[in-house]
Design a protein around this ligand. Structure first.
Ligand SMILES: NC(=O)c1ccc[n+]([C@@H]2O[C@H](COP(=O)([O-])OP(=O)(O)OC[C@H]3O[C@@H](n4cnc5c(N)ncnc54)[C@H](OP(=O)(O)O)[C@@H]3O)[C@@H](O)[C@H]2O)c1
Length: 240
């Protein structure tokens, strides 16, 4: 967004999956950095609690990323409220660790709908507003599994690989109009999402959500001429 002092004062940032885990840490970090935060997930109570704890203004909506019309309507609410949109952090995602052949067609479809089609719907709704402001920034939270194989996470890995291609292609298409697009590939974060990963019982070595949020803030506050197109972040203790 062209700011290089780690601050987002006056900016509007839309965070999906903001109710829990990494998304909540992202929303709080953006708010502490001065941004007005548009927070989305499906559970109203989580978002109410976030709005009460964030130091700055929060506009929240209990919206499912699979519902394209509701996602577009939420983008409209952001513009109605604040008249601008500067950045989007597409973070909502689901994962399941398990044998591929044990997963039903419905489960396979669900992970694609939330992790891949969801960010597409969000980007589609956000882009006109980002471009109207001179470019803006789209950040996609993928996974280190976008760049390495792991057995029993194939559908999830497929969606995260997909996000890399989606981000890179959007960057090529819109960078001439000032848009930045970044894919963030975290290793294991101690959010409870780890129930779907191996070694889920002890995550004391895992990344703290707040540490990852600081990385995203760093990505968002680069000078205007700089885009970090992909960044991978691991806890030193991750050995798989
Ligand atoms: N935790 C890890 O180890 C790890 C590692 C690498 C990458 N990631 C990625 O980081 C992101 C965040 O993960 P996390 O660990 O913070 O997960 P989390 O704790 O399970 O939180 C996920 C958030 O997304 C929301 N969400 C889920 N399905 C949704 C839907 N259909 N529509 C709207 N919101 C939805 C959830 O709220 P509701 O259920 O109320 O909607 C929740 O607020 C994901 O994209 C994940 O793939 C996580």
């Amino acid at each position: 967004m062209g700011i290089d002092d780690g601050r987002l004062d006056g900016k509007v940032v839309w965070v999906t999956g903001a109710g829990r885990g990494l998304g909540r840490a992202l929303a709080l970090a953006m708010s502490r950095a001065g941004a007005r935060v548009a927070a989305m997930s499906r559970t109203a109570g989580d978002l109410e609690d976030l709005a009460a704890k964030a130091p700055g203004e929060v506009l929240w909506g209990a919206v499912d990323v699979r519902e394209a019309g509701a996602v577009a309507a939420f983008a409209g609410r952001i513009i109605d409220a604040w008249g601008r949109l500067d950045a989007v952090v597409s973070n909502a995602g689901i994962g399941r660790y398990g044998d591929f052949l044990d997963q039903s067609y419905a489960e396979l479809g669900l992970v694609v709908d939330v992790n891949l089609k969801g960010p597409m719907f969000v980007a589609h709704a956000a882009l006109p507003h980002l471009l109207a402001g001179g470019g803006g920034h789209l950040v996609h939270i993928a996974s280190d599994l976008a760049r390495r194989p792991l057995a029993k996470m194939a559908p999830y890995a497929a969606t995260k690989h997909g996000l890399l291609g989606f981000s890179a292609s959007l960057l090529q298409e819109f960078k001439g109009r000032g848009l930045k697009v970044t894919t963030v590939n975290p290793g294991i974060i101690d959010t409870g999402f780890g129930d779907s990963q191996p070694d889920s019982r002890d995550e004391s070595w895992a990344l703290r959500p707040a540490a990852l949020a600081d990385v995203v803030l760093h990505v968002l506050t680069q000078p205007g001429s700089v885009v970090i197109d992909e960044i991978t972040v691991h806890p030193l203790g991750q050995d798989f």
